[in-house]
Design a protein around this ligand. Sequence first.
Ligand code: ADP
Length: 452
Amino acid sequence: MIEVDVLTIGAGGGAYPGAFRLARAGFNVLMVDKKGVMSGNCLAEGCVPSKAIREQIHTYLRFKVFNNVDVEMDYKRILSKKDEVQNIRYKLHEEELKAFKNLKLIKGVARFKDEHTVVVESDKGEEVVKAKYIIIASGADVFVPPIKGKEYAITSTDIYKLNPNLTYVPKEFAIVGGGYIGLETAFYFANLGSNVYIFEKLDRVLAGIDRYATQTLLKYLPKNIKIFTSVEVQEIALKDKKKVLYYKQDDAVKSVEVDEVLMAVGRRPVIPEGADKFLHINKAIEINNACQTNIPHIYASGDVNGKIPLFHTAIRQSLVCAHNIMANNTPVDYADFENVPFTVFTIPAMAFVGITKEKAENLNMDIVETSFDLKEDSRAEMYAEEGELRLFFDAKSLKLVGAYIVGTDAEQLVSHLGLAIKLGATARDLAEYQDQHPMTQECISKAARKLF
Ligand code: ADP
C-alpha cells in the first residue's frame, strides 16, 4: 500500500500544476494517469495537436496571399510536424517531473474503494493508495451517440492523436455536430481542399456561444463548407469504400455519400469508478467555487466538474485545489468561471470573454457597445484579413464586462481583454492606453475612443 498526502486522479491540466505547487510546499504527491504521462487529453488529442495543424494551414494561407502562389499542402508533413510538437512537449514534461523527489506519476486507472482509498489498476497488477486529500481530474472523453453505424465514423481522437488514424484529406467529409470542435475541424479540412458538410440538430451552430459573434464568423465560412441545421443524423452505412450518411430534414430522409464521417457531438466527463458511492454527481462531479466536492477533502478540477471544458481554466482550478489543501482544507482560493477567455480556432478565429451582447440581452443588462472593423487595421491589411472587434461596457460605470473578436489575432486580443475585465478597466482606461502600432491591439483603444 502507498500512503500519500495528496493523490490526483489524472495528470492533465486539472491536476499537474496543482500537484507541482503542493510538492514545492513539501507535500508528498502522487499522480495516477491512464496514459502514464502528463498533460492529459489537451496534449494527447486536443488543443495542442489541433492547433499544431491549424497554425500550419494558417501560415500556408497567409503565404499564398503574400506570394500569390498556389502550391499544394502535404498533409503527411503537416502531421509529422504535429507529432513532433507533441513529442517535444512530452519530453519537457518528463524533465519537469524529475526535479521533484516528493512528486511521482504512475500509469494506471484509479477507482475508489472509500473516501480516502483508491485502487490503481495497471499492467503490474493492483496497488492500493491511501491519501489524505484527493483531486479528481479525470477529464472528459468524446461522446459517441448511439446512432446506427456509428462505428463507421471517426472522432477527433483519430485526427489529432500521436500517429493519427486519419492520414489523408478526405475529398468529401461529413461532420456530425456544429460545436467548436466540429467547426474548427471543418475549417481546417475545407482549407486543405475537402468539401465539408456539417450536420447540426439545433437551429444554429455554436449554440451557447454569442449569436452575434457567430454570425460575424459565418461571414468568413469557406465556400466548400455547407451547414445543415435542424437536421437529425439517423444512420451511417458503408457503400463500397464510401460512407453514406442518412439524415432527417423537414420530415424527409436524405443522404450524402462521403469519404469520412467525423462524430463531434460533444465530450462527457469521465467519472472514476466508485466515486458515485459518496460524491454528488449530475453528469459531472458537483463542486463549489473552491473546487471542493460534497466530501471536503475530495476536490474535482477541470473537465470532470463540467463547468468550462478548457485547459487554461483547468490549470487555474488545480491551483485553487492546491491552495485550499495547503490552507488545511479551508477555502481561501476560488475559481472564476465567468471571466474565462474562449477561442474557437477556426480560420479566422473567433474569441470572446465575459458578458457579450446576447448574454447581456438575456440578463436584461444595460450595456454600451462599441466596435472596430478590422478592414481599417494595418496588421490585418498586411495579411489581407478581415474581421471585427466588439467591446461591451456596463452602461453606468463604463467598466468593461465583455468582448468578442473575429479575425486576425482574435486569440491573442481576447487575453488582453480578459485581463482588463479582471482589473476593472473602464472604457476610458482602454481609450487612454497606448496600444502598440501597427498591431491589432490598436483596435481595442480605437474602439474605446469612439465612445468619447
Ligand atoms: P483536464 O484538462 O480536466 O485535466 P484531461 O482530459 O486533459 O482533463 O486529463 C484527464 C486525464 O485523466 C487523462 O489523461 C485521462 O486519461 C486520465 N484519466 C481519466 N480517468 C482516469 C482514472 N480513473 N484513473 C487514472 N487516470 C484517469
